[in-house]
Each structure stands twice: as C-alpha cells, then as structure tokens.
Ligand binder design. Structure first.
Ligand code: ATR
Length: 267
C-alpha cells in the first residue's frame, strides 16, 4: 500500500497522522499516513532508503529537519532563498521535490481580507515568522512591526523580505494594526503566556494565533473580549496539511468536513 509520513525528532506529538488519516478515510482512499521518528544523524539514510521504496509518496518534515532536509530534495520553487525551510518532500515526475506549505497554509484563512497597504504586527522572528512574513510580503502589506525577544532577528527578517516597518522588543506597546499574528510558542500549554495590551488595535482588527494547544490561547481570549475577529492555530495547521495532502495523495481533501476534523483534533 502507498504511504506518506511525517518525520521529526521528537514526533509523537504530531497531529498530522490524525489529519491525513481523517481525509484518507473520508475519501475512501487506499493509502496510509504515519509518524516516523528520524534523528538528525539518521536523516540522510532515511531519504536514501525511502527514495528506493516505490510505495513511499513523500513526507512532511518538522523540527529539527526543516532546513537540513533541503539538501535531499530538488528545490524547484526557490524555497531555500525565500523561506529557507521546507515542510514537505513529494514525488513529481521521478524527482523528489521539496516545498513549504506553511506560508500558503497561514494565508488561506485570511485570504478574504484586503491587507494591501495595511499595517501588520507579527510577534516572533523564528522559522514560523519567516514563512508568515514571506506570505505577507507577497500580498503587499503596509508597514510590519515585528516584536521579538531579540529585535535584531526581527530587523533581519524585515530586511530579507524587503518589508518596511520596525523591529521592537516584545514588551513595546502595540501600534494600531489591521492584523496581529502570534508566530511564537508563547501561550502554548507549558510555555509562558503572551501578555499583550490589545487596546491600540482598531475594532476591525483580526488577531491570529498559530498556537493550537490550547485552541483558545490567552491572546485569543483577550481578542474575543474586545470583540475582534480571530483565527486560531488549527486553521493554519489544517491549511498547510490540505496543500500537502493534495501533493502527496493527488486528491483534494474534503474541506466541507472541517468541523468534524476540528472536533477530532480537540477531543
Ligand atoms: P518556530 O520554527 O516554531 O518559529 P523558532 O524558530 O525556535 O521556532 O522560533 C521561536 C520564536 O518564539 C522566536 O521568535 C523566539 O524568540 P527569539 O527569536 O528571541 O528566540 C520566540 N520565543 C520562544 N520562547 C520564548 C520566550 N520564552 N520568550 C520570548 N520569546 C520566545
């Protein structure tokens, strides 16, 4: 039977097998999706072995392999230069192609917003922030304020995507913004909270948290208390998986069943 998988170290926490398994079953497809523990030392062997396996369709790639896996794939979309990390390797015309579905997965839930020229706030300057700033740079947003523990990293990210804006420390007051995104792990179960004063945001601002455990983070609670529109981390998680599913299994996932899938992911 053909199969795909997600690789990482650690990997047991991954929700990807649940998501892809749900869609495979919903579509009645004959395929499997599993989680496989691969260490950094085992990465080269992993790709060599899997390439020779005709049943292997490809893999999602997570921490800590998102950058190093670039060495084992064809980078047809110039991902190395843009986002600098891949989260998917899939077979295409006999080649193993690497791509990144995080940026598009992030953007999908907010694609209805007109962000052109709009001021944006992004919290964080790590790998997730990179994919998010890449996506935002493509839609011509206005000035971007990056708040990060280490503002130098924020400044470097803004420069690398040609974005105008400021890089400030995490405790700087928020500027008004049409969209605020948390791209750190702050607010995740077991991590420190993200305490922000949201009062500078206008009433029509959207607050987006990429953290999905818990689904309603302290940030989203504060946004809800202000009656702001919110996007939660499951939206991005499901969005990036949907693009990966199409590239791996060649079928569109049944997004009309997202409510069921969200219930499964939170049960
Ligand atoms: P990911 O790939 O998930 O983005 P990452 O590249 O390690 O992971 O980035 C994590 C982000 O969360 C960074 O912006 C990090 O801040 P620094 O760039 O200053 O390291 C931020 N972060 C993580 N833990 C934090 C904490 N306890 N306080 C403040 N920021 C934190």
């Amino acid at each position: 039977m053909t199969y795909a998988e997600v690789i990482g170290d650690p990997i047991s926490h991954s929700k990807s097998p649940l998501i892809h398994g749900f869609w495979l079953k919903a579509l009645g497809l004959d395929g499997d999706y599993r989680a496989t523990h691969v260490t950094p030392e085992g990465l080269a062997d992993y790709f060599a072995t899997r390439r020779a396996d005709p049943d292997w369709l490809g893999c999602n790639i997570t921490i800590p392999h998102k950058e190093t896996a670039l060495a084992f794939v064809e980078d047809r979309g110039g991902v190395k230069q843009s986002i600098g990390a891949i989260n998917l390797a899939f077979r295409s015309d006999g080649a193993l192609v690497g791509t990144n579905t995080d940026a598009a997965g992030f953007y999908a839930p907010i694609s209805g917003l007109d962000l052109a020229g709009q001021p944006i706030v992004v919290i964080g300057a790590g790998g997730a922030a990179r994919a998010i700033l890449f996506a935002l740079s493509r839609v011509g947003v206005g000035p971007v304020t990056v708040l990060n523990r280490n503002p130098l990293k924020g400044a470097a990210l803004l420069a690398s995507f040609g974005l105008k804006g400021d890089a400030l420390k995490l405790d700087a007051p928020l500027p008004p913004a049409a969209l605020l995104v948390n791209a750190t792990s702050l607010g995740m179960a077991g991590q420190p909270p993200l305490d922000l004063d949201l009062s500078p945001l206008p009433d029509d601002a959207v607050v987006y948290d990429i953290v999905y455990a818990p689904i309603e983070t302290g940030l989203l609670k504060a946004a809800r208390a202000r009656d702001l529109d919110i996007v939660d981390g499951l939206d991005m998680l499901i969005g990036q998986a949907a693009l990966a599913f199409e590239l791996l299994f060649g079928a569109e996932p049944p997004r009309d069943r997202d409510d069921e899938l969200r219930a499964l992911l939170t049960s």
